[in-house]
Design a protein. Structure first.
Length: 368
């Protein structure tokens, strides 16, 4: 028997390469030559400029939405001519076509009343409040809770309180970090219209105002918080959103502002917000202002609700905790019942609510 011995193939060790000789496509040209670092940054800058030009409208809206200051002035001065040129030569058309294909809209006509530079006229006022329906088990009252992050727990508590009601249905839609002072970030006139069209509610509970410590601009003029001009413009913007929802066929709107805050500066702004909202609601038939801001009651992080001591506010001294939001939810339900005849039958409170400015010695741990 013959045995054939196969020699193992020779393994060639690749030559060692210096770190400086390492190859990466992003670091070399097509000829294998290293691209200087300066060229890489140039490519990045060109790519960013192309992105800005093809989305110049969004860039300008973001710039206008910035807080007033040197940076905003610089960004707007850069974005404005870019958007003008891009619009004239049609460079913004691909972005608009893509938005249309995705079912998005680049048309801000629904929110034109909140635009700072040249706001559209307010929606036409409704002469009288529309007729209300009688909630039944077959046709329950559809309640939509809208607002910023302050509305989150309030909406959840309202749903819990009305869970056993056979004539009410509660749904919540909130947008964190929003308000009426920065429509470039989120336009509540357009947002409220869209939400009402989607959900078809009978009644809307609107709770917004927690992020309003911002300057506003109106036709190029800066309006500072704490001034009469700022408060008047906030009132106008609130009326715009209120009338927009009434135009969409809502029977009633129940609008609240933020509660008292621990920080004195925030609290002062919240006082102005609530004053403006109260006047705005009085001017729009079908809208009720529900007051959750009580200066007569000192701010407190803790409260006794239904006989149980709880942490009522979050660490920021503004937002409610879930148990702390119960009184606000009950206030909204009471306002709705005053219009719809007390048919909702929410859970009954067992005791009154009291605020505790400090914990009692030896007290049980608070329920967060």
């Amino acid at each position: 028997m013959t045995h054939t011995v196969h020699e193992p193939p020779e393994v060639k060790t690749p030559p060692k390469r210096n770190r400086a000789d390492s190859y990466h496509p992003a670091m070399h040209g097509f000829e294998g030559k290293r691209m200087p670092a300066g060229h890489i940054w140039l490519v990045v800058v060109i790519a960013l400029l192309i992105a800005v030009v093809f989305n110049s409208g969004g860039f300008l809206r973001d710039a206008n939405g910035m807080r007033p200051g040197v940076l905003k002035t610089v960004m707007v001065s850069i974005a404005t001519p870019i958007d003008t040129v891009a619009g004239r030569i049609g460079l913004d058309r691909p972005q608009q076509a893509l938005a249309s294909a995705l079912g998005q809209s680049t048309d801000d006509s629904d929110g034109a009343g909140l635009v700072s530079d040249s706001p559209a006229p307010e929606p036409a006022p409704v002469a009288t409040a529309p007729a209300i329906s009688t909630p039944t088990a077959a046709d329950p009252l559809k309640i939509l809770v809208l607002g910023d992050s302050l509305s989150t727990f309030v909406g959840q508590q309202m749903a819990a309180q009305l869970a056993e009601s056979k004539v009410a249905d509660v749904k919540s839609v909130w947008r964190n970090g929003t308000g009426l002072t920065n429509p470039a970030f989120y336009n509540w006139e357009a947002g409220a219209r869209a939400a009402v069209r989607d959900e078809q509610p009978d009644a809307v509970v609107m709770l917004v105002g927690g992020n309003e410590r911002n300057q506003m601009t109106l036709r190029g003029k800066t309006l500072l918080p704490g001034t009469a001009a700022w408060e008047a413009e906030y009132e106008r913007r609130a009326r715009v959103v209120m009338r927009a929802m009434m135009q969409e066929g809502v029977q009633r709107v129940f609008w609240s502002g933020p509660p008292t805050a621990r920080d004195p500066e925030w609290n002062a702004v919240y006082g102005d917000v609530n004053s403006a909202l109260s006047r705005a609601a009085a001017a729009v038939p079908g809208v009720t202002y529900v007051d959750l801001y009580d200066e007569a009651v000192p701010f407190a992080m803790e409260a006794t609700i239904d006989g149980e001591r709880v942490v009522a506010r979050q660490r920021d001294g503004i937002h409610w905790t879930y148990p702390g939001s119960l009184p606000a939810a009950r206030a909204e339900i009471a306002a709705i019942e005053s219009v719809y005849g007390g048919l909702l039958k929410p859970r009954q409170a067992s005791t009154e609510v009291t605020s505790d400015t400090q914990s009692a010695p030896g007290a049980e741990p608070l329920r967060p």
